[in-house]
Design a protein around this ligand. Structure first.
Ligand code: DOR
Length: 453
C-alpha cells in the first residue's frame, strides 16, 4: 500500500463506494472510492477501511458527477412552470449533480442583487450544486466585468435572437461592447434577430408547427453564429455557442476551435423533423428548432470529430396548457434535465457514443470550458460528485417519473438502455433507485478565478 493510501485510510471515511467500475483519469478501473469532508480522499482497494456509510456499486459504473450547464428553472417569476426545488429534484433524479441556470427569469438576472436573490432562494431548497448566468444586455454592458465574477455566477449569457423572455442583444455594436467587458467564456444563443423578424410572416396568424424550422431556418442560426465568431475574434474573447443545430454551423465552427467552444443538446441529437413535429406537435417546439435528419447527422459527426465540447439539456419547461396553445402562440422549450443522462446512455448502448466521450461532454467538458473548481473528474481532492449508472438497465422513460412541474417529457414511452442509479453530491447521496434522499444539500458551484482566499 502506498504511503498516501495508508495515510488516507488512517481515519474513517464518511462514505466508501465499493465494487464499481470507476471512471478514473487512468481509465475505467474496478476499484473503490473513499470520501471525506465532501471530497475524494482515496481511490483504491478500500474493502477493509472504516466508513460511516458504504455503498455497494457492484455491477454499476461510477462516473464523475454530470454537470448540466444549460437549464431554465423559472424562479423567480414563472414558478408555475418550475422552481429551484423542483428543477433540482429533477436533476438529482436524472443523475445530474450540478446545474447552471439561465437568466431569462422575471426579473431578468442583470445585477448582483438579482443573482444573489437566486442564490438565496436556492439555499436549503436545491438538491444539487448550482450556479447562475448573468444576462448580458445594453443595460449592464459596462459592468459585466465585475458581474461575471459575483460568487455563484458561472458567466454571462447573451440572446442574439428573441426566445422566451425579453433578454435580447440584436445589434453588433452592443454585442461588441458586451464582448469587450469581461474575460470569462461567454455563452450565446445564436439566432439572427433581423432574419427572424423578416421571416415572421411565415407563421404569423397561425401555421402548422412543422413551419417552426422554416421560420427559424438554418440560415438564421448560421448568420448569427458567423457574426458572433467575427466579433469574438475582434474582441479576443472566448465564446461558447449554445445549442448548435445545423451541419453548416458545425463545419464553420470546426475552423474556430482555438477560441470558440460548442454545445448541442440531447433533443437535437435524438429527434428529427418532420417526424417529431408530426408526433409531438408543439411539444417538439424549441429554439433553435429541431431540424431535419441531415442536420442531426451533422451534429453526430461533430460529436465524433470532437467539435462539440459540451452537451446541455436546455431544460425549458412550459405547462401543458401553454404548450397546447395553437402555434406560434405556443411557447418554445421542452424539459430535459432529468432525461439527459438516460438518453445519452442509450446512445452509448446504440454505439453512437463512447463512455469516455459521454464523460468528456458532460463532466470534464463543462469543467474545462467554464473553469469550474474541483469538479468534473474522479481524482483526489475533487468534490465527491458521482453519477452512478447501470449501463445495462432497460427502462421506460415515462411522464409519471418526471419531477419537473410541467409533468411531461417529449421522450415519454421511449425505452432506453442505461439508467442513473445514484446521484452523489459532495458525498451526500441525494438520489438512490429513483428516490430523492435527505434534505436539499446543493451549494453554489465554485470557479477557479474567484475562489475565496
Ligand atoms: O426553446 C427555448 N426555450 N429556447 C430558449 O432559448 C429559451 C427557452 C425558454 O426559456 O423557454
Amino acid at each position: 500500500m502506498s504511503q498516501a493510501m495508508s495515510q488516507a485510510m488512517s481515519q474513517p471515511f464518511d462514505l466508501v463506494i465499493t465494487g464499481g467500475q470507476v471512471f478514473t483519469p487512468m481509465g475505467l478501473l474496478e476499484t473503490d472510492v473513499g470520501v471525506r469532508g465532501g471530497r475524494i480522499a482515496a481511490i483504491g482497494a478500500l474493502a477493509g477501511a472504516s466508513a460511516a456509510e458504504r455503498m455497494a456499486a457492484d455491477g454499476l459504473t461510477v462516473l464523475p458527477g454530470v454537470i448540466d450547464t444549460q437549464v431554465h428553472f423559472r424562479e423567480p417569476g414563472a414558478e408555475h412552470k418550475e422552481d429551484l426545488a423542483t428543477g433540482t429534484a429533477a436533476a438529482a433524479l436524472g443523475g445530474v449533480t450540478a446545474i447552471f441556470e439561465m437568466p431569462n427569469t422575471k426579473p431578468l438576472t442583470l445585477t448582483e442583487a438579482d443573482l444573489e436573490e437566486k442564490l438565496r432562494r436556492a439555499a436549503g431548497r436545491a438538491h444539487v450544486d448550482h450556479a447562475f448566468f448573468m444576462g448580458g444586455s445594453a443595460a449592464n454592458a459596462d459592468r459585466l466585468r465585475q458581474l461575471e465574477r459575483v460568487p455563484g455566477c458561472c458567466g454571462v449569457k447573451v440572446f442574439m435572437g428573441s426566445s422566451t423572455g425579453d433578454l435580447l442583444v440584436e445589434d453588433d455594436a452592443t454585442l461588441a461592447t458586451i464582448l469587450a467587458n469581461g474575460v470569462r467564456r461567454m455563452a450565446v444563443h445564436a439566432e439572427d434577430e433581423a432574419r427572424l423578424k423578416e421571416r415572421r410572416h411565415l407563421v404569423d396568424g397561425g401555421a402548422p408547427v412543422t413551419m417552426h424550422p422554416e421560420w427559424r431556418d438554418a440560415e438564421t442560426a448560421l448568420l448569427a453564429t458567423k457574426r458572433l465568431v467575427g466579433l469574438a475574434r475582434k474582441a479576443r474573447r472566448k465564446v461558447h455557442v449554445l445549442h448548435i443545430t445545423t451541419a453548416e454551423e458545425m463545419a464553420f465552427l470546426a475552423r474556430h476551435k482555438d477560441l470558440i467552444t460548442v454545445e448541442t443538446t440531447p433533443q437535437h441529437l435524438t429527434l428529427a423533423a418532420p417526424e417529431c413535429y408530426e408526433r409531438l406537435g408543439t411539444y417538439a417546439q424549441m429554439n433553435p428548432p429541431i431540424r431535419s435528419e441531415r442536420h442531426r447527422e451533422g451534429l453526430w459527426r461533430a460529436i465524433a470529430d470532437g467539435v462539440v465540447d459540451v452537451l446541455g439539456s436546455d431544460h425549458a419547461p412550459h405547462t401543458r396548457a401553454e404548450k397546447d396553445k395553437p402555434y406560434p402562440e405556443s411557447p418554445s422549450g421542452m424539459p430535459g434535465v432529468q432525461t439527459l443522462v438516460p438518453l445519452m446512455l442509450d446512445h452509448i448502448a446504440a454505439g453512437r457514443l463512447t463512455l469516455a466521450r459521454f464523460v468528456d461532454l458532460m463532466c470534464s467538458g463543462p469543467q474545462r470550458i467554464y473553469d469550474i473548481a474541483g469538479k468534473g473528474r474522479i481524482a483526489l481532492g475533487y468534490d465527491a460528485d458521482f453519477t452512478i449508472v447501470d449501463l445495462k438497465a432497460r427502462r421506460r422513460i415515462e411522464n409519471s417519473w418526471i419531477a419537473s412541474k410541467c409533468g411531461w417529457t417529449p421522450f415519454d414511452g421511449m425505452t432506453v438502455t442505461g439508467w442513473p442509479i445514484a446521484t452523489i453530491v459532495r458525498g451526500h447521496t441525494v438520489m438512490r433507485d429513483d428516490t430523492l434522499l435527505g434534505t436539499p444539500v446543493g451549494q453554489p458551484v465554485r470557479f477557479a478565478d474567484c475562489l475565496p482566499a
